[in-house]
Design a protein around this ligand. Sequence first.
Ligand code: GH3
Ligand code: MG
Ligand code: MG
Ligand code: MG
Ligand code: MG
Length: 322
Amino acid sequence: HDKTNIRDLFHQAARYGRPVEHAHEGHVLYVEDSPTVARVMTRILEGMGLEVAHFRSASAALTAFDEGTWDLVLSDILVEGDISGMGLVSRLRHRFPDKTSLPIVAMSGLDDPNRRAELFRLGVNDFVTKPVLEDEVRARIGNLLANKRLLEEVQSQRQKLYDMAMIDPLTGLRNRNVLAECAARFFTEANQKDMALSLILLDIDHFKQINDSHGHLVGDEVLVGIGELLRTTGREVDVALRFGGEEFLLVLPECDLFDAHTRAEELRQQLRELQPAGLTITASFGVTSRPCGREIDMNDLFRVADQAVYQAKSEGRDCVVS
Ligand code: GH3
Ligand code: MG
Ligand code: MG
Ligand code: MG
Ligand code: MG
């Protein structure tokens, strides 16, 4: 805030005997065909700390809506042009149904209760009459923006919790907690449509020795390298998980046993050449596929992959068993 702004705010606070409002942040898409009203409203909104993009017609606002990101829409209802304020509200709400994330405020000099009801049915969050009472419009818009900010905080906390629960902090791969999600996503569809689906399970060979001879930090570096190999190779649709300590799982939708085996062989070779932390690392691979014409769940398929890894270990390690 510059000096004038701060003086204004304190002046206001003194006038009303209450604390200074917090400044808001955000972009307002504002539709108003009267230049005089637009000037007054823009001053009010900018006084709240908001950035205002003013449009004289609904169609211009619709185009701008698609090109920018907006925190609030404020629209006059009787506007010039082929789309009315009503039409604008209905289109915007259709494109953006989440009312808290995109508050829409309707504004009109004509306060007909039936039309007001219709506006709320179309999805406006609030309605203000013209001429505006500055304090009221500030408070109403402030409330909507505060709700939006609160929702954003909740959503970002939820994302953080999800990441903490589902993402392995060492390798950045998803962990076994996402298996249930994968199963729901891939197995249901594969079973319904009788589609191919494969798993590759790999277990690093003699990893305990790497830790014992070079220390756990070097061991960690090896795991990070393998994580990166799994994340950056293969198809976009594949899901790579760190299943446990030194065990990784690839879920390969629409991939049959032959292709999965080929992929595992490629990985085995790539891993040998990777030299994470300057060490030659190998792993044992178990590959399995969903049998045609039979329903199978993640656990069944995983058990088979696990047995294949066990067999690869007993066959001398650094090999693929399917
Ligand atoms: P095998 O070839 O039979 O699989 O032998 P292995 O030594 O790889 O298997 P084992 O199950 O005996 O040992 C796995 C080791 O992996 C033991 C454990 O300390 C290590 N490990 C598990 N998680 C981590 C980790 O996050 N970091 C490091 N550095 N080591 C880990
Ligand atoms: Mg108008
Ligand atoms: Mg193991
Ligand atoms: Mg083991
Ligand atoms: Mg191992």
